[in-house]
Design a protein around this ligand. Structure first.
Ligand SMILES: [Mn+2]
Length: 267
């Protein structure tokens, strides 16, 4: 296979660095919403304990259950979440946000208010010397043709401009009906169709020349090993936060998955 790295629009980012001490943390799929209190409680606990000592926190999408434009910042529920992120950033933990399929409309106002740096999907970082690709993960679900068609539509700048021109209440209502339609469609899809496609994963690994991939989206937390000749590439899938919540911690000795279920006071 030829080296296509030079053709990629997403080049390895230099300049992503955290505190000199402290591990890098990765989370996704919190699906924060007023109707689901547990992930919100877990998030505040995570911010106050685990994340406050981290060298950096990477949020890899579907942080919010829905985000239909940065005027969502005025919603009190969102304002409290953004304030917590801001406090974390101000305390010295660098924050990075790679949007998912539920919150891809977060914009510069959100990034400024939360004190974080936005990342493209996918993006490659140097993690203690290991080239690591970060993604929300939905772009690897290529077996789900209907979803990919929808993804192309809503990622189209013209579609987004038209959508964002509508009043907030209409955008919220449309997003709700899209989520309901998606839930109904899922009932007719096999679990395999909704998982990542191994060929799409391999192509991305080759194209970006990485030794590790970290993503969420599928809600199937795991560590997979992909053998490529002599090389072993790790694929970490992050958990959702509906029940226990969890995160990936990476430092000089590698990565490990940790959950929040053992945390104190979260009965
Ligand atoms: Mn997702």
């Amino acid at each position: 296979m030829t080296d296509r790295r030079e053709d990629m629009t997403t080049l390895p980012l230099s300049g992503i660095s955290g505190r000199a001490t402290g591990p890098m943390l990765f989370i996704s799929d919190l699906h924060l919403s007023p109707g689901r209190p547990r992930p919100v409680k877990l998030f505040h606990h995570f911010v106050d304990t685990v994340a406050s000592g981290a060298g950096g926190l990477f949020i890899l999408g579907d942080f919010f259950e829905a985000w239909v434009g940065d005027d969502e910042l005025d919603v009190p529920f969102n304002a409290a979440i953004v304030a917590a992120l801001r406090r974390l950033a101000d305390s010295g933990t660098p924050l990075f946000f790679l949007p998912g399929n539920r919150d891809f409309l977060v914009g510069e106002d959100f990034a400024r208010a939360a004190g974080l740096t936005m990342l493209p999907d996918p993006v490659t970082i140097d993690l203690s010397g290991t080239p690591t690709m970060l993604s929300h993960g939905d772009l690897f679900c290529t077996d789900d043709a209907a979803y990919q068609a929808f993804r192309s539509q809503v990622r189209n700048p013209e579609w987004q401009t038209g959508f964002l021109a509508q009043p907030l209440a209409e955008r919220q209502a449309l997003a709700k009906s899209l989520r309901e339609r998606s839930e109904r469609a899922k009932a007719d899809k096999t679990p395999l169709i909704m998982d990542v496609n191994p060929t799409a994963v391999l192509a991305a690994i080759h194209a970006h020349g990485v030794a590790r991939l970290i993503h969420g989206h599928t809600h199937r937390p795991a560590r997979h090993e992909i053998r490529i000749g002599e090389k072993t590439v790790e694929r970490w899938v992050l958990p959702d936060w509906y029940e226990t919540g969890g995160y990936l911690l990476c430092d000089d000795s590698g990565c490990r998955a940790l959950d929040l279920s053992l945390s104190v006071g979260l009965s």
